[in-house]
Design a protein around this ligand. Structure first.
Ligand SMILES: *[C@@H]1O[C@H](CO)[C@@H](O)[C@H](O)[C@H]1NC(C)=O
Ligand SMILES: *[C@@H]1O[C@H](CO)[C@@H](O)[C@H](O)[C@H]1NC(C)=O
Ligand SMILES: *[C@@H]1O[C@H](CO)[C@@H](O)[C@H](O)[C@H]1NC(C)=O
Ligand SMILES: *[C@@H]1O[C@H](CO)[C@@H](O)[C@H](O)[C@H]1NC(C)=O
Ligand SMILES: *[C@@H]1O[C@H](CO)[C@@H](O)[C@H](O)[C@H]1NC(C)=O
Ligand SMILES: *[C@@H]1O[C@H](CO)[C@@H](O)[C@H](O)[C@H]1NC(C)=O
Ligand SMILES: *[C@@H]1O[C@H](CO)[C@@H](O)[C@H](O)[C@H]1NC(C)=O
Ligand SMILES: *[C@@H]1O[C@H](CO)[C@@H](O)[C@H](O)[C@H]1NC(C)=O
Ligand SMILES: *[C@@H]1O[C@H](CO)[C@@H](O)[C@H](O)[C@H]1NC(C)=O
Ligand SMILES: *[C@@H]1O[C@H](CO)[C@@H](O)[C@H](O)[C@H]1NC(C)=O
Ligand SMILES: *[C@@H]1O[C@H](CO)[C@@H](O)[C@H](O)[C@H]1NC(C)=O
Length: 362
């Protein structure tokens, strides 16, 4: 049978391959499917990629900046040698590659790509620098996971996956440089574009004329005022450390937060007004966002912009009772409602959020 069907093809000198059987279903996997176009299809794609590109640009700046600012001796004092510094420089080069990729995909969609801006940082030492890098790459990575499967363009999602997985490795390395467990979770969290943008825009001073602004709303900053530092005395850069968890269920966490409608970064010219949809409604819950779960605990107000709540327990799956939901570099928000959301519809929480930030649970 096979010989009979192949023979005429061979006689005609054709190079046509006989398609291998493909199970029913799937998108873009058949020879008669539309060829992939690696470009934005919709405003949603464009705004999501724009956010991704803003993130790549700040990472490029941050990685180079730290290497230029601190001496080899200062790195050595933090437990980081010349090869570690080279790795940070290599990661900066990865950012050039990522920025090129996203710029190309935005341009392929006929849109205008943001350029690199100027930034300001508030770390003073190598240890604080690597701790900041692991936070910034955490929200960069999670910000992309949040929108990947919602993009209209699947080809764009494919290429973005292939860059964000590299970014995930960077986040892990910076946790190791901070002396922490590399990834004390079973699942990495996805967050919404607004959540990621709220954390990024703080560090922008100004952007070149003509840089398209981000359309995602920005939330006021939440501060877990007694959150621990990832930097623990006696634990320097290493592949891993078995140190005690920084926080645990039942911890009384105190918060303060910014008022809505405040314009930030006005000093340098990149003005973002923080707001959200709730317009002055008092928050009632803390949303603890990590791994596959959003868990709420009641917020007790101590003034209009301060309060406290209990860090929740709970495990992702009963099959792994040691995988507590809240671990590693996690996220917290204040919400007016304990909205039930799951990883694919987590962005619906945007409409109820009063403030947002990371929480250094371990
Ligand atoms: C592509 O080919 C498959 C089977 O090979 C067929 O079922 C499908 O209808 C074709 N699609 C189009 C758009 O022609
Ligand atoms: C958060 O709170 C801590 C403790 O009060 C304070 O030191 C820190 O400056 C605050 N951070 C911000 C960004 O307001
Ligand atoms: C590290 O912690 C695990 C539990 O998380 C424990 O089983 C193991 O004995 C510890 N190892 C060392 C070397 O301390
Ligand atoms: C939590 O901390 C706040 C502020 O320090 C305090 O007023 C409150 O009593 C504490 N709550 C518990 C349950 O410890
Ligand atoms: C940012 O705000 C400042 C002060 O309010 C204003 O002078 C400046 O024009 C604003 N810049 C942009 C780009 O909107
Ligand atoms: C809150 O204000 C924003 C504009 O700042 C507006 O778009 C939104 O509809 C308002 N939401 C409510 C619930 O009033
Ligand atoms: C923020 O501004 C919007 C639009 O001007 C207004 O509706 C809202 O009430 C303001 N929110 C607060 C908390 O002042
Ligand atoms: C707290 O909020 C209430 C209700 O919005 C307002 O009347 C009051 O002036 C606020 N207090 C402070 C200190 O801002
Ligand atoms: C955490 O999320 C997973 C996946 O959505 C779910 O199956 C699990 O029940 C959740 N765990 C808890 C404690 O809510
Ligand atoms: C966080 O993960 C580490 C490493 O697996 C574990 O030792 C620790 O107990 C976890 N913390 C919580 C609060 O689950
Ligand atoms: C989010 O999705 C879950 C199913 O995974 C659903 O039960 C829940 O109602 C959805 N949340 C909202 C706010 O629509």
């Amino acid at each position: 049978m096979l010989a009979l069907t192949l023979a005429p093809l061979l006689l005609l000198g054709s190079t046509l391959a006989v398609p291998a059987p493909i199970p029913n279903g799937g998108v873009g996997v058949r020879t008669n499917d539309t060829a992939p176009v690696y470009g934005t299809m919709t405003d949603f794609d464009y705004e999501s990629l724009k956010l991704g590109l803003y993130q790549e640009w700040i990472e490029l700046d941050l990685f180079n900046y730290g290497v230029a600012r601190f001496s080899a001796q200062e790195f050595a004092d933090a437990g980081l040698n010349a090869e570690d510094i080279s790795l940070i420089q290599f990661m900066a080069q990865q950012e050039v590659g990522h920025a090129t990729l996203i710029t190309n995909m935005i341009n392929n969609g006929g849109r205008q790509a943001p350029k690199q801006c100027t930034y300001k940082y508030d770390f003073q030492s190598v240890r604080e620098y690597v701790a900041f890098c692991q936070r910034l790459t955490r929200w960069g990575e999670s910000g992309v996971y949040g929108f990947l499967s919602h993009l209209d363009s699947r080809p764009v999602a494919t290429l973005l996956t292939q860059s964000i997985t590299t970014e995930a490795r960077q986040q892990m390395v910076f946790r190791q440089f901070s002396g922490a467990h590399p990834f004390p979770v079973h699942f990495e969290t996805g967050i919404s574009q607004s959540m990621a943008w709220s954390l990024l825009n703080r560090y922008i001073v100004s952007c070149p004329a003509g840089t398209p602004k981000i359309s995602w709303p920005s939330f006021p900053l939440l501060n877990a005022t007694n959150q621990p530092s990832i930097l623990v005395d006696g634990y320097k850069a290493a592949i891993t450390h078995n140190r005690t968890s920084l926080t645990q269920a039942g911890r009384n966490v105190t918060f303060s937060w910014e008022a809505a409608n405040k314009t930030i970064s006005a000093d340098g010219g990149y003005n973002t007004t923080v707001g959200g949809q709730v317009n002055g409604t008092q928050p009632k819950f803390v949303a603890w966002i990590n791994q596959l779960n959003v868990t709420y605990t009641p917020l007790t107000l101590t003034s209009n912009y301060t309060g406290y709540a209990t860090q929740p327990g709970g495990v992702v799956f009963d099959s792994t009772p040691t995988n507590g939901i809240i671990n590693g570099t996690s996220f917290v928000g204040l919400s007016v409602k304990d909205l039930y959301v799951t990883p694919y519809n987590l962005s619906l929480l945007n409409d109820y959020l009063v403030a947002f930030n990371t929480y250094q649970s371990n």
